[in-house]
Design a binder for this molecule. Structure first.
Ligand code: PLP
Length: 398
């Protein structure tokens, strides 16, 4: 089907929830995709940080296909080998005790919110709020939308149920005061992704850990975007040397299949007991088979160091480019502040020239597949450099 036909079908059949770029992808391999017109594109977005092993990694595709041909789903009323192995390997990689498996980042955060409230109730602290940060992003379901500290997302979706307090990032007094008022948990991202690729300082993260300990509150880290190796560590919070009580993962964890996980430390292992939470599809064996390949790749010796190295390669070249005001982020999660200030238009120009990039607020955002080759990285960077030289020179007329 040609692009215009695909677009027309989509626009008649789908709710218009996305501001889509004018391209239809047909197939891919590594960090290289082919669109419906046969054009080649370098991928610096991996979905949105989802295709951590790139398009159709051979080992991943094989494990997924084999599992699909063997047993595609069973109810969570029964045990299943692939699911139990994935959960054990995931807990091991993250240094946590137990996992609840679900299907998305928002669901993983819903689980964390329910866990925090139930734990609070069991400890005579019911009604304690969950503290989140201004400018955060935690998902699109009603509870995670309410947890998201950005008013723009809330408008017209009320009534909300309450139970969240928002504090500015890096403001230690505001956090301390929210905890003194009886908050039961803190939920935060180590690098605010949708908020504009804003890393929190290690000092602030350590302070959050210390304040939660002092006040008996849970520290819950939303690693939906930063986790699964994206920043050069399995979890981004490892950079600050802190251990959360609860951590949520999704995006890159399944290598392209819908997976979410809420992990907890040992003292919380039994809080969500039988009947307290559940998911029909959560822990699906096909998804877990893909996730196991992702985990074994990420945890293989030296792999995460290649993420760090490629992140540095990106930064070095980006910083030297005309049109780049600053570069921020961690590992292969980067935000680029542009002198032309128009990330969307710049991303469109990149697409026209064969490069897929993302935006976050007014920044360009790069989340390349973790397995991208140096050759693909440099080809993509060449395109970006050319686009930026152009769009900076003519300040984007047309
Ligand atoms: C994407 C994202 C979510 C939501 O994940 P979905 O899978 O879209 O529900 C939650 N938190 C963070 C930090 C995210 O980046």
């Amino acid at each position: 089907m040609d692009f215009q036909t695909i677009r027309q079908r989509a626009e008649h059949a789908l709710m218009p929830t996305y501001g889509r770029f004018p391209v239809a992808l047909e197939k891919g391999s590594g960090a290289t995709a082919t669109d419906s017109e046969g054009r080649i594109l370098i991928d610096f977005g991996s979905g949105i940080g989802v295709n951590s092993l790139g398009f159709c990694d051979a080992e991943w595709a094989d494990a997924v296909a084999r599992q699909a041909a063997r047993l595609q789903h069973i109810s969570n009323l029964y045990y299943q080998e692939t699911q139990s192995l994935f959960a054990a390997e995931l807990c091991e990689a993250a240094g946590m005790s137990r996992a609840f498996l679900c299907n998305s980042g928002a669901e993983a955060n819903e689980c964390a919110i329910k866990l925090a409230r139930l734990y609070a109730a069991q400890n005579g602290r019911e009604g304690g709020a969950i503290v989140t940060l201004q400018n955060s992003f935690h998902g699109r379901t009603l509870a995670t939308l309410e947890a998201t500290g950005q008013d723009a997302f809330h408008a017209d979706f009320g009534p909300f149920t309450g139970g969240f307090t928002y504090v500015p990032a890096e403001d230690s007094e505001a956090l301390a005061s929210a905890l003194r008022e009886g908050a039961c948990a803190v939920l935060l991202e180590c690098v605010q992704g949708e908020g504009g690729v804003l890393p929190l300082s290690n000092d602030y993260l350590r302070l959050a850990r210390r304040l939660c300990d002092e006040h008996g509150a849970l520290l819950m880290i939303d690693e939906v975007q930063t986790g699964a190796g994206r920043t050069g560590r399995f979890l981004a919070c490892e950079h600050a040397g802190i251990r959360p009580d609860v951590v949520t993962l999704a995006k890159g964890l399944g290598g392209g299949l819908p997976v979410g996980a809420c992990l907890c430390a040992e003292p919380l292992a039994a809080v969500l007991s039988a009947g307290k939470h559940g998911s029909t599809f959560g822990g699906n064996p096909v998804v877990c088979a893909g996730g196991r390949v992702v985990l074994s790749r990420l945890m293989s010796p030296g792999f995460l160091d290649t993420v760090t190295r490629k992140g540095e390669l990106l930064r070095t070249r980006l910083k030297a480019m005309k049109g780049v005001r600053s570069v921020r982020g961690l590992g292969m999660m980067l935000g680029i502040e542009l002198t032309n200030g128009d990330a969307r238009r710049t991303a469109e120009r990149c697409l026209e020239n064969g490069l897929l990039v993302l935006t976050a607020k007014t920044l360009l955002r790069l989340l390349p597949p973790l397995t991208i080759t140096d050759e693909e990285l440099n080809r993509g960077l060449d395109i970006l450099e050319m686009v930026l030289a152009e769009t900076t020179a003519d300040t984007m007329k047309g």
